[in-house]
Design a protein around this ligand. Sequence first.
Ligand SMILES: Nc1ncnc2c1ncn2[C@@H]1O[C@H](COP(=O)(O)OP(=O)(O)OP(=O)(O)O)[C@@H](O)[C@H]1O
Ligand SMILES: [Mg+2]
Length: 350
Amino acid sequence: MKEPGAQIDKRRGQYMTNSAVQDRPRSPDTGQAPLLRLEGLTLGAGGNAVVEDVTLDAAAGEMVGLVGESGCGKSVTALAILRLLAEPQIRPTAGRVMLDGRDLLSLPMRDMEGVRGNDVAMIFQEPMTSLNPVLTVGDQVSEAILLHRDVSRAGAMEAAEAMLAKVGLPAPHRALGRYPHEMSGGQRQRVMIAIALACGPRLLVADEPTTALDVTVQAQILDLLDDLRRETGMAVLLITHDLGVVAQYCDRVAVMYGGRIVEQAPADALFAHPRHRYSQALLATMPASNPPGARLPAIAGLVPPPGKRPPGCAYHPRCAHPVESCAARMPPLAPATGAPDHSVRCWNPA
Ligand SMILES: Nc1ncnc2c1ncn2[C@@H]1O[C@H](COP(=O)(O)OP(=O)(O)OP(=O)(O)O)[C@@H](O)[C@H]1O
Ligand SMILES: [Mg+2]
């Protein structure tokens, strides 16, 4: 008899690029309240809602993927979690960011500084813009440790070396005295991860952490994050354009379009049966969905910017299967038929 999950694994496997990772065990479902819960998060800029009604969970040890075309609101959502938005130009106008039962949006900024680094850390796409070019790697990693831990400067430097070794930087002792420009992109991203992890955050928000890296280094960095979350129980919110990466590493995935979550599901379920027409189209654009050498399909048109979103479902002008309601009313994010942990915001789901 066939195993029930075999078909799904086969389908999902088709999107994976590194076969070694296919056999990794997924995170167990602990049934606990999630560590992070975004509840109806809405971000406004210049009178327009940039991100609307985003509800998203991440449990301890879980890796959750956030995907969607450029401009759909992934980065601003990530920045809102850490209260790093360029306020007042863009700011939360509704909803909550609950971390372990505490609403980060209502914390005084001073308390928020304690949360950053201690509880939540973030890594960005291009490490060179986040590292200080005139300080050594040792100074920068040990600085992060000194900020949050009661240790001597020498103790912090020792901890920095241990952290660099943990993130797989070759010759970590020598690396302490080097400057960011003396390192490769992959090495710099490891330094950034070391800084982010220096104080053992419970949540790591990673905004396209490997987009600037070649595929081999990309796999090394993602494997590292995957190992760390299994080892330490850290939750990871992974923002990426790359659905292959999501298929390989994420337990669950949320698809954003035009500032809203349009589909959310366990990764297996999403890859086996995408329900939203946008998710379907997005999956169809992946090289793994097409025969070798074939011209990849593109989704015609562009993501509408905030303020230019059409009424109803923002995707309907680009959708291949619209029905009458699509232009008239915004569909709710509702459980998909026969799949309570799979939700979709579509009047005519697949
Ligand atoms: N400081 C700001 N003030 C006003 N609007 C902003 C600000 N920052 C971002 N936006 C707008 O928010 C929308 C979402 O931007 P965001 O950077 O989150 O997209 P993204 O999904 O991360 O895209 P990409 O995949 O290209 O990184 C865009 O329309 C952008 O113009
Ligand atoms: Mg972004």
